[in-house]
Design a protein. Sequence first.
Length: 358
Amino acid sequence: MRMNANTTSHPAPSSAAFNAVDLTRRLIDIESITYNECAVGQFLAEFLDSRGFSVETMPVAQDRESRCQGERFNVYAHTGGETPDVVFSTHMDTVPPFIPSSEDADYIYGRGACDAKGIIAAQIAAAEYLRNSDVKAALLFVVGEERDSAGAKVANLNPRGSRFLVNGEPTDNRIALASKGTLRAEIRATGRMAHSAYPELGESATHKLIEALHRLLALQLPVSAEIGPSTLNIGLIEGGRAPNVIADHGSAQLMIRLVGPSEETRAAIEAAVAGLATVDYALEIPFMEFRHIEGIPSMVAAFTTDVPWLSAWGVPLLLGPGSIHVAHTPHERLAKRELFEAIDLYVEVAKRLVSGTA
């Protein structure tokens, strides 16, 4: 991996604190839907440079869907010459559509408010505070988390020797004990076309697909006493040619949330559709368990994160402000109270990790 040749270093950081609410809104107002993160990356690189961090960029390959006019990259910021103890990390990209920022007395609104631009602001504030402590903290902001974790995979090829990685996602400021994995599967059925008035002359792929999906919905998937059940969602269905034609093809895309290794679930899916359809697996993100920190409320994340692709960056933890229940919705928001609580939590967690009291 090549690093940006314009790495900068400022040994005397700015002493003036920034407004975390204002920074969150400025980030929200830069549209950064996945594959279009170049502008927000450039903003963060310049902002962190102005705050006295040494800033490096990690180029990430453009996707065919990219609308970036320039380079797409991760942003890594640190204190020059230091190997970090703790790296705070989250993602710069968002899901569509773009929603500009607004606020009232209690909340910040807009796309990315909690997933994850408020988290970026909280992590920067925590890293600045820790520059005056015995904890060496750095920042890693990546692209592509909402689609393919491309930025995290690039970053994992260039670790910086950190002992701990504190990944930010909306966990209501509770520390995650685990995050469910993901298994994406495509079910395909084939048949033979015929006139619908004479179905005996054809073989309906859609009828086979419906029966296969019925069997899948009836599966007893693995359950973890600590984490909860696996879940299965049939997200997309398509097939056939016309209402008066016996269908020669049909397919469905599934998303299974894993609570352990995928082998048992894969075997159950394949057995359920045998004789009716075939299965292809498009994506797997493994189930993850995390360390707990005494005294901090905990939760289990039913969603997946970049953490499985950042294994070289240290022992992972998952923690951040905001609710996943409003992320990816038209009314995404972040409580200002949670934003400021998150800054204090990130500082506390980093100090306890490094001191061995976590």
